[in-house]
Design a binder for this molecule. Structure first.
Ligand code: GLY
Length: 374
């Protein structure tokens, strides 16, 4: 597999997005159950992934139509910032991928302001006693591994304002992820409950995984990708070491076609749901890890990532049909039987990012400062 394959795949993605963008428009797609994406409420945690996908398409093609629709979505999201009460830890996912590229490409001051506002909200959720960021608004002591991917917006805020305090919160939470969410064998807890007053760790909660001690594959992918990003933003090798541990567990537990089941610790047969979103996110994380390891180790991570992206393309994509989602077989919440084996907008986003990475894109939207050599 070479750059020509990646270029051809990106061109096929672009052709698909040229068709689906006018259909989906400036809406909030999350799941594509039959042929069409749904349209969520404005505060849904997934609302950055469609504009993020359009920004990746713009970055590759320079077609202004993609940027214009992404900008329209960004403006529609202002009601959530203005309304305040529905903001939670997922502000990173939402604004890093919507306002972030608009600021990156166009230096749009309003986009910068949106990001600074939500980064301040995220920083305010840090619990000093327990060194965690509170995930949702009603469980004061709950932190979730997904939040590892929300940390780059704090690192961005630090590099933008030259004030390190945002990054210190991100680093402290990443240490909690490395030390408590990531288990000895490289599998990952989804939810950890802490006493919000004393900061004492109470228990692991199953959340979107099968059980408190199971291995939800998307949770693993959030750590697998979030931790090397935190290594990039901090230069702290502990994050890279933890990311590699998760990566080895993830790769070792993949089935023959290299596309993860929804939980690595459930009995598997041909009906066990897959999760292409975990797979695509993990592929991006593996390519990120490969940037920081010695030459001799790179191949482990790059080869696995490429096999995952090729399998997603060959066995789980809708590149040549009329369905709106790019990938099939994403699983959102299996224990609650919500959106199982369907198209998911974040699966699409990470898949397009993965292909863009294979083309050598060094300007990924999660990047702020590179502190690996500081
Ligand atoms: N952040 C929620 C999920 O991964 O489904």
């Amino acid at each position: 597999m070479d750059k020509a394959w990646a270029k051809n795949t990106m061109d096929r993605i672009l052709t698909k997005l040229e068709k689906t963008m006018p259909e989906i428009g400036a809406s909030f797609p999350h799941a594509c159950v039959d042929d069409k994406y749904d349209n969520m409420h404005a505060s849904c945690w997934t609302n950055g992934f469609w504009p993020g996908t359009l920004w990746l398409a713009y970055q590759y093609s320079k077609n202004e139509a993609f940027a214009n629709t992404a900008k329209e979505i960004e403006e529609k999201l202002d009601e959530v910032i203005d309304g305040f009460y529905k903001l939670d830890h997922d502000v990173g996912f939402i604004w890093q991928l919507s306002a972030g590229p608009n600021y990156k490409f166009f230096k749009n001051e309003e986009s910068k302001l949106r990001m600074l506002k939500v980064a301040s909200v995220l920083a305010s959720r840090f619990n000093l006693k327990g060194n965690f960021i509170q995930a949702w608004n009603h469980q004061l002591g709950w932190a979730i591994v997904d939040c590892t991917m929300n940390l780059p917006i704090l690192c961005w805020a630090s590099s933008e304002t030259e004030n390190p305090r945002y990054r210190y919160f991100a680093e402290a939470f990443a240490k909690t992820v490395a030390n408590h969410f990531v288990r000895e064998d490289g599998s990952v807890n989804h939810i950890l409950s802490f006493d919000p007053d004393t900061g004492e760790l109470i228990e692991s909660i199953g959340g979107q995984g099968n059980a408190p001690d199971s291995a939800w594959s998307r949770g693993a992918s959030w750590a697998l990708y979030g931790l090397p990003l935190m290594y990039r933003h901090s230069g702290d090798k502990e994050f890279l070491t933890a990311a590699k541990k998760v990566a080895h567990f993830f790769i070792a537990n993949l089935p023959e076609d290299f596309v993860a089941h929804w939980d690595f610790r459930v009995p598997r047969n041909e009906d066990t749901p897959r999760d292409t979103s975990a797979t695509a996110c993990a592929a991006c994380g593996l390519l990120e890890i490969a940037k920081y390891v010695p030459e001799a180790e790179k191949e482990i991570y790059e080869t696995a990532a490429k096999r995952m992206l090729v399998s997603l393309t060959d066995n789980y994509s809708n590149l040549d049909n009329n369905k709106q989602c790019i990938l099939t077989h994403g699983t959102s919440h299996c224990p609650e039987n919500q959106n199982v084996n369907v198209g998911l907008i974040y699966a699409d986003y990470f898949y397009v990012e993965g292909i863009s990475r294979l083309l050598g894109n060094e300007d990924i939207f999660w990047y702020a400062q590179d502190r690996t050599n500081i």
